[in-house]
Design a protein around this ligand. Structure first.
Ligand code: PMT
Length: 401
């Protein structure tokens, strides 16, 4: 079930008594970390209310093909593109016939025509309807088009008959849905990542900060999502859009970043600190803009900020903790010192004396330092580097667990 983390699933519900089980299925898919959008045919709404599915999925339920409001939100083509998997449970005999003959006369059939995601059906119908040669022809046609069928099961039916045609139980359907996805190196794991700079205010219009663009941290967050992790990205002020499939928490100062990092830390498996946190902040923040005086020199009084990554690493519910070391000289030596002092599991040493890598550039080159090893990763785009870093972090995490 861990493979469902971050996956985007359209759950299509067609008319049949088994539709009541779709509520539990929605709950299970959500619980396994999937984002679920429910699409109901008109007859499905006779068996279970859209409101129930909306409450369980946490998303609006899609009902009509030609609905101006829905199209203004997430239109049917956008929805078809959004899906990693289209799961139809229950799939009635009528729906399967319409799908087999390529109909596009309602929202659900149109989505099936438009999507490039795999389509899986959990048939549910009376045993005689399932055995009918028309249905069986449709089953064979759908299978020949790479539509996957989950079940049906066999047994006692709502109408009193016994035989094949029962929809599989929600647990089985959720499990089979998970098997449609490959397992990533961080499947089911929760990763917190800090990114970008912090801003330490002096007055309402001025602050102390640095040149971090957030690109490295955001690339790591995307790579972690691709590896199957649930990601909380704690971001300082940057000019990057919120990446998909993760929670982004925007913060300003080091103290804000610490608060966001400690929130739900007990749920965090791996913490990666890529942010360039200001080591000091002004002792006092002026309520009004500081006026230019007559003196030539102005003194600022600064106080040490909390060390976020060290606080996390020594917290009672400490996750596997990875820091970065941004250095302009003696890079490895200083990185090893930080690894030890901050009680980290790994540190990524980053030479920031060069203008073509490090702060605010699209590329980076780093050395992964553990207590006993140092492995250099040559210059590459931050995105490529992030994939390699996440693979290496996952390997070490899994080895030490
Ligand atoms: O954002 P980009 O433009 O893409 O640039 C990427 C980067 C150069 C910022 C990134 O790769 C990087 O090196 N980040 C760490 C920057 C830094 O602040 O390093 P440091 O050596 O000062 O700090 C060591 C570690 O302690 C870091 O993991 C840092 O996040 C953490 N720290 C530092 C101070 C503090 N008060 N709290 C912290 O958690």
């Amino acid at each position: 079930m861990q493979r469902l983390t971050n996956k985007q699933i359209i759950l299509g519900i067609t008319g049949g008594i088994a539709a009541y089980k779709s509520a539990e299925l929605t709950r299970l898919l959500k619980g396994a970390g999937a984002d679920v959008r429910v699409v109901m045919t008109p007859s499905a709404t006779e068996f279970i209310t859209p409101l129930t599915l909306q409450a369980l999925s946490g998303n609006p339920v899609h009902l009509h093909l030609l609905d101006a409001d829905a199209e203004a939100g997430m239109g049917h083509i956008e929805l078809a593109k959004w899906a990693d998997l289209v799961l139809i449970a229950p799939a009635s005999a009528n729906f399967m016939a319409r799908l087999a003959s390529g109909h596009g006369d309602d929202l659900l059939t149109t989505l099936c025509l438009a999507t490039e995601a795999p389509i899986c059906l959990a048939p549910a119908m009376n045993q005689a309807m399932w055995r009918d040669s028309g249905t069986q022809d449709n089953v064979n046609l759908l299978k020949s088009r790479d539509v996957t069928l989950f079940g049906p099961g066999s047994g006692e039916q709502a109408c009193g008959d016994t035989g094949p045609g029962r929809m599989l139980e929600p647990e089985q359907i959720a499990m089979l849905s998970a098997e449609q996805f490959e397992s990533g190196s961080l499947s089911g794991k929760t990763v917190f990542i800090t990114a970008g700079p912090t801003r330490e205010p002096l007055d309402p219009v001025r602050y102390i900060s640095n040149h971090s663009s957030g690109k490295m941290g955001y690339a790591l967050a995307e790579a972690a999502v691709e590896a199957g992790a649930k990601v909380k990205l704690i971001s300082g002020p940057v000019n990057l859009p919120a990446p998909a499939r993760m929670e982004r928490i925007s913060v300003e100062s080091a103290e804000d970043m610490l608060t966001a990092s400690l929130q739900d830390l007990n749920l965090c498996d791996i913490f990666i600190a890529a942010a360039a946190v200001a080591d000091y902040r002004p002792t006092a923040v002026s309520e009004h803009k500081i006026k230019k005086g007559t003196e030539e020199i102005m003194e600022l009084h600064l106080v040490k900020n909390p060390d976020i990554v060290a606080t996390v690493a020594t917290h009672p519910s400490n996750p596997f903790t990875v820091g970065f070391a941004a250095e302009t000289r003696d890079v490895l030596e200083y990185a090893r010192g930080k690894l030890d002092r901050k009680k980290l599991d790994l540190i990524i040493a980053n030479d920031v004396s060069r203008s073509d890598i490090g702060f605010n550039s699209d590329e980076n080159a780093v050395t992964i330092v553990s207590k006993t090893t140092a492995e250099s990763l040559p210059q590459a785009s931050k995105r490529q580097l992030a994939t390699r870093l996440i693979a290496r972090i996952a390997e070490q995490y899994n080895a030490e667990k």
